[in-house]
Write a protein that binds this ligand. Structure first.
Ligand code: PMP
Length: 399
């Protein structure tokens, strides 16, 4: 009887929307959501029986299979079990959460830190945890989706300025109500573009107009600054940045996120961030892996050195091939192809030659900036580079 009803039931508008969605069709065409069958040491993966060089991971330092990281994760799993089964504000808080927070805060040069189960949640909370209705958020146009979600949820007014352009921010601020509380939201390294924030100029403006400065440094941690302390440290501006948010899923080789700042800001965040109050705490093994990776970053600076020497080598290659890298300054390197079809075929040809990359097309990037995102790891070897070079030459020729 029920089956008959289901068969004859008219499709609901939402079910029809799912069926007809053009973006979903496009995603399926570009074959996203690859199940990787095997992953070896961060730079080799196997998909459908084909072994590929991974050239699109955010694992900049290549620590996800470091013996110290694996050992710490296994020990935490044994000691604490698989999950926390509750929010920090309820039954999910454990001693190791505080330990990780204290270590992250001290590493970043901030008084305090709060850890979340995902970088996405942490970055959202770096906005909603502070801004509210009646405030104005000044936002770089190219912010990550997590920050836009935070901005929307905060109910504050939003004003966008052109990407990484302090002068446009200043122009905007000069026209706004000087009394309204303001939050400035920028990133340290922009993940698609590979640009480093013009932090010194933004800090100066934030001071002049009394903006609370919230920096998403998901891609800067492990990459920039002394021992990978991030973008604020790189510019010696840690004190001047109010909030440093980030992810544990990139250089820190785990899953999760954090927000760091002075003690009163973080206590305020703990009281107001729904992303942690109503969501289960980061698992023991994830927290332990991130903590161990943080230790490795400080004890073994060679990973950061190798990351940058590999990045230099890769940039030289791309320059030689006259590929447009959107003036990336970091290990996150886009190859801009300009339209969706070109990006698709470039990506496909790289894949044919055994190199895994990721496509990003409008609306994910500005129109005309359809690209293949690549990222360098400290673990890429000479052999990987040979494969990368051959694949790039092939894809370029085929364009
Ligand atoms: N912020 C930025 C700038 C990011 O690139 C990402 C992830 N790509 C996030 C936040 C979210 O981090 P996670 O993947 O750890 O949830």
């Amino acid at each position: 009887m029920i089956r008959k009803f289901l068969k004859t039931k008219a499709r609901s508008p939402i079910a029809r929307r799912c069926e007809d969605d053009k973006l979903t069709t496009l995603r399926q065409k570009y074959e996203l959501y690859y199940p990787i069958a095997e992953a070896q040491n961060g730079t080799r993966v196997t998909i459908d029986g084909q072994e590929l060089v991974m050239l699109a991971s955010n694992e900049y330092l290549g620590l996800s299979q470091h013996p110290k990281v694996l050992k710490a994760g296994k020990a935490a799993l044994e000691k604490w079990g698989s999950g926390t089964m509750g929010a920090r504000s309820a039954n999910g808080g454990r001693g190791f959460h505080r330990e990780l927070e204290e270590e992250l805060a001290s590493f970043l040069g901030k008084e305090s830190c709060h850890v979340f189960a995902a970088g996405y949640l942490a970055c959202m909370a770096s906005i909603t945890g502070f801004a509210q209705r009646g405030d104005i958020i000044l936002a770089d146009k190219n912010l990550h989706s997590s920050l836009w979600d935070g901005i929307r949820l905060s109910m504050a007014e939003v004003e966008r300025f052109s990407h990484n352009n302090p002068q446009r921010l200043r122009d905007l601020l000069e026209q706004l109500d000087p009394q309204a509380p303001k939050l400035l939201s920028i990133e340290g390294i922009y993940s698609m573009e590979g640009h480093i924030a013009a932090l010194p100029e933004f800090v100066e403006i934030a001071k002049e107009f009394q903006c609370f400065l919230s920096l998403d440094d998901a891609h800067g941690i492990g990459v920039l600054g002394n021992q990978g302390r991030g973008t604020a440290n790189y510019f010696s501006l840690t004190e001047e940045v109010d909030i440093i948010a980030g992810s544990l899923s990139k250089s820190l080789a785990s899953t999760g996120g954090f927000v760091a700042g002075d003690a009163s800001s973080i206590e305020y965040l703990r009281t107001h961030c729904k992303q942690s109050i109503f969501s289960a705490a980061i698992s023991p093994s994830q927290a332990a892996c991130a903590r161990a990776a943080l230790g490795v970053m400080q004890d073994e600076p060679e990973w950061n050195e190798k990351l940058w020497s590999n990045t230099k080598r890769y940039k030289q290659l791309l320059e030689e091939l006259e590929l447009d890298t959107w003036q990336s300054e970091t290990p996150a390197v886009p190859i801009v192809l300009g339209d969706r079809e070109r990006a698709y075929y470039f990506w496909k040809h790289l894949r044919e030659k055994g190199v895994f990359t990721v496509i990003s097309t409008a609306p994910g990037v500005p129109p005309g900036k359809d690209l293949v995102r690549t990222a360098i790891s400290a673990r890429h070897t000479d052999e990987d580079f040979e494969r990368i070079e051959a694949a790039l030459r092939y894809a370029k020729k085929k364009l």
